[in-house]
Write a protein that binds this ligand. Structure first.
Ligand SMILES: C[S@@+](CC[C@H](N)C(=O)[O-])C[C@H]1O[C@@H](n2cnc3c(N)ncnc32)[C@H](O)[C@@H]1O
Length: 181
């Protein structure tokens, strides 16, 4: 299993508990402080099946068809090249493998004033793609989308709340699979 943008590793730890000793979980992140915390916590658990690697999720250092499942929580919205992220997820998945992500999308295209605001990018608003574009990018990568579900998620800052209300920025969970042939 691969966790894109694993941060301090919480989802990767849950994944390692689910995959068990026969499985393997790779957390991928490019922020040194996040990787250091995740590795420190992993060392404390003594989980040999869990590793954290320093890489951009647009260029995964993983072999073709090597993952049963790719997960990600709140990360792909932060990437300007979402097509590259989904292409990499599709490449590393084995045929029949699953992509399961939670992310932030919008109901309408965001104006330049939002997209070019660094605080709103950091708040997971500025990089939110319109939901239909997001879904189309997954399909263009060769994956089949089975389910898109809205999540109950509230933004914290006033600015983020305002942008969310104005453009329909919200959280979704998406399940897709790689065709078997
Ligand atoms: C909002 S945090 C989410 C962390 C984790 N998934 C969680 O749910 O707690 C976003 C994480 O994605 C990482 N990230 C953002 N863009 C990335 C990229 N292009 N490649 C690798 N990691 C990235 C950041 O370093 C950060 O740790």
């Amino acid at each position: 299993m691969v966790d894109l943008g694993s941060g301090s590793g919480m989802d990767a730890f849950y994944a390692a508990a689910l995959t068990g000793p026969a499985g393997h979980v790779t957390g991928v992140d490019f922020t040194p402080a996040q990787l250091a915390k995740a590795r420190r916590l992993a060392a404390g658990t003594g989980a040999p099946t869990l590793e954290f690697v320093d890489a951009r999720i647009e260029h995964l250092p993983l072999a073709d068809g090597s993952a049963d499942c790719v997960i990600s929580n709140g990360v792909i919205n932060l990437c300007s090249d979402k097509a590259a992220v989904f292409a990499e997820a599709a490449r590393v998945l084995r045929p029949g493998g699953r992509l399961a992500v939670a992310d932030i999308v919008s109901e309408q295209p965001l104006p330049e004033s939002v997209v070019c605001n660094a605080d709103l990018w950091a708040s997971c608003i500025g990089g939110a793609a319109p939901q239909d574009h997001y879904r189309a990018a997954i399909t263009a990568a060769g994956l089949i989308v089975h389910c898109v579900r809205d999540n109950d998620y509230a933004f914290i800052s006033d600015r983020a709340r305002t942008a969310s209300a104005s453009y329909g920025v919200h959280s979704v969970s998406v399940l897709a699979t790689k065709p078997r042939r």
